[in-house]
Design a protein around this ligand. Sequence first.
Ligand SMILES: [Zn+2]
Length: 153
Amino acid sequence: MRKPRLVADLNLTYDMTTVTKTVKFDAAHVLTNHQGLCKNLHGHTYRVDVSVAQDDGAGGDMVIDFKDLKRIAEEVVSSRFDHAFIFNTDSPGEREIAAVVERNGMRVAPIPFRSTAENLSRLFFDDLKPRIPGLVAVKVWETADSCAEYRAG
Ligand SMILES: [Zn+2]
């Protein structure tokens, strides 16, 4: 019997099946030094699409159980960021806001870079990868028509 292989581990392109689970969380953030409206403190209902792939020759009829994928995505992403102020630890202004938020008993989620959708998609991918070997992409939606995707190379 052929041993199942995961596409992300092979770096090949051929027929494959991809499954995607979506989780959501609400969070506040600010983009310091941004020239547009996002320089103001604001929030999003973030939607995160987590995609896992397996080559069609693997023989299985399920890439990963949706229930397992949801549980892992919620543990790694939602539980850490839901209803938190996501802030860049390199930004003095964002650290100042976070200190006030924390002092008042509210949640903060420190990250070492700006909280753009692009950076969040890479962060979530890196955090999910050890738990999901066939992970191929993480898409972060800030709004219904704006998203960033980090994909396995
Ligand atoms: Zn925003």
